[in-house]
Design a protein around this ligand. Structure first.
Ligand code: URA
Length: 481
């Protein structure tokens, strides 16, 4: 029997999702339905208990036996990486239509593989909006969950109440586990709860606001901490309201202080020194901490651009750190540094110079893709000196953790990110510049500069770039002895 024969003519299929955030379940069923050639208008996707009830059990697989089974030799399902990464997040949105629309998109991808690149397509736009909204919700959960201490039979336990807009609780459990690994805590939400006892993560059904404590003595500590770190120089009331919607205020003890702090902001601003601001922030201790912090960072306008913050990639303790300017279009999509055309040229030239990229730590001076939209294209814009300087804190934090012996700056933005001042590449290249921790900075051009050249100029500057990389290679060998 062929896949087509497998499907009863005109039949309508109902897929009961066991959980509203079970993307793996959706993916498996969607693949089978596509392989059986079932069009989107003949499938309904039903969630357990409507929109809430993240951890409800039991409704699994009602009507499942009616789903068709693909032939063993059915053609594979075509998916693009971009679709999968957006769909994974979009599937957590609270819109009950999401699984149906994702299925429609998967169906459309079978005949037009590049459909995800069409920014004007209404389905693509909707999935992108869902993805963005889910990411924003996770960001708010990371930023606004506040634990209150309660005394239980087994000692101290911290409890927080949070009201997510989407089905993000389970997917964010790992973040809180890493961050509060040594505490016993519970996060209660109307969509389901998670509990960590220092060893094991548990889940339970939806909770109510009244299940969580509303105040305790640690709130005073919070409030004084918040008052001392509140930064009037950065105060933008509109942005603050958007970032910290009032619905979260009631869970945050420090919110009580906000009206007074706003009132005195002008007076305090004069007394603040910009350089001192960052010192009050805690220095991240792991690359994972930096990675989640840059995702939440809104210290400069670039953070609002692009899809995501792109974290550096590579091992701690590696002798070479390579620093570019900022992620480009493809890096923004994939979340990895130097994977686009400049990255390919870099890989090629590193290979020729005998430098193993896999053994280096590769990152950027700015962590977000800055661009302007022209039609369907996103055109790269260089970060300003101020934006590079703002992002410098993260680059320095990465350098402090990775501890490379040699840092290679690709281009002027990277050099500024490392030195905190602008240098001329032609003057700085060819010799090491000592850095504060005893490591050496080597400066060369950015590979995308070479991509913009052709003819003799490309050859000439390509040779200079190769010479710079060979010098770095030689220095790495010397240091390894
Ligand atoms: N250009 C950069 O500077 N960095 C990247 O990651 C990609 C392109």
């Amino acid at each position: 029997m062929t896949a087509m024969q497998n499907v009863s003519l005109g039949a309508h299929y109902v897929v009961h999702m066991p959980q509203p955030d079970d993307f793996a379940f959706w993916r498996e069923r969607a693949r089978a339905l596509i392989q059986c050639d079932v069009p989107p208008d003949r499938v309904s996707w039903v969630e357990p208990g409507g929109t809430g009830d993240l951890f409800a059990h039991g409704g699994n697989a009602r009507g499942e036996k009616r789903l068709p089974v693909p032939d063993k030799d059915a053609p594979p399902v075509r998916v693009s990486k971009r679709f999968m990464s957006l769909a994974r997040n979009a599937g957590l949105h609270s819109d009950p239509e999401r699984f149906g629309l994702l299925y429609r998109m998967l169906w459309r991808l079978q005949s037009s593989a590049r459909i995800m690149e069409d920014k004007a397509d209404p389905d693509v736009r909707r999935i992108e909006e869902w993805d963005k909204s889910v990411r924003r919700d996770s960001h708010k959960m990371h930023a606004f969950v506040r634990f209150r201490e309660v005394e239980g039979d087994e000692g101290e336990h911290y409890v927080a109440w949070f009201e997510p807009d989407h089905h993000i609780v389970r997917t964010n459990a790992g973040f809180f586990k890493r961050r509060f690994a040594n505490m016993k805590w519970s996060i209660l939400t109307p969509r389901g709860c998670i509990h960590w006892d220092g060893k094991v993560m548990r889940e339970s059904g939806p909770a109510q606001r009244s299940d969580a404590p509303s105040d305790d003595p640690t709130e005073d500590l919070w409030k004084s901490y918040y008052a001392s770190t509140f930064n009037p120089a950065r105060l933008k009331v509109g942005a603050m309201m958007a970032e910290m919607p009032k619905k979260y205020w009631k869970n945050m003890p420090e919110a009580e202080l906000i009206p007074d702090l706003i009132a005195s902001a002008q007076a305090r601003e004069a007394g603040m020194v910009a350089a001192g601001e960052r010192e009050e922030r805690q220095q991240p201790k792991t690359l994972a901490e930096i990675s989640s912090a840059i995702t939440a960072c809104r210290d400069c306008p670039i953070a609002e651009c692009g899809t995501r913050a792109v974290m550096g990639e590579g091992a701690i303790g590696t002798p070479l750190m390579i620093v570019g300017e900022q992620p480009g279009d493809q890096e923004d999509v994939s979340g990895k540094p130097f994977v686009g055309p400049a990255g390919q040229l870099l890989d090629e030239c590193l290979g020729t110079a005998g430098i193993d990229r896999e053994a280096a730590y590769v990152t950027n001076a700015a962590k977000h893709f800055k661009y302007v939209q022209r039609g369907k294209r996103r055109i790269h814009q260089s970060p300003t000196a101020k934006e590079i300087d703002t992002c410098r804190w993260w680059l320095e934090a990465e350098r402090a953790i990775v501890r490379p012996r040699i840092v290679l700056a690709l281009g002027a933005s990277a050099a500024r990110g490392l030195l905190g001042k602008t240098v001329s590449i032609s003057q700085a290249r060819g010799a090491p510049i000592p850095l504060d921790d005893g490591s050496e900075l080597w400066v060369t051009v950015h590979p995308s500069y070479l991509l913009r050249l052709d003819g003799d100029a490309r050859e000439e500057h390509g040779a200079l770039f190769a010479r710079d990389l060979s010098a770095v290679r030689a220095r790495l060998s010397e240091l390894a002895v």
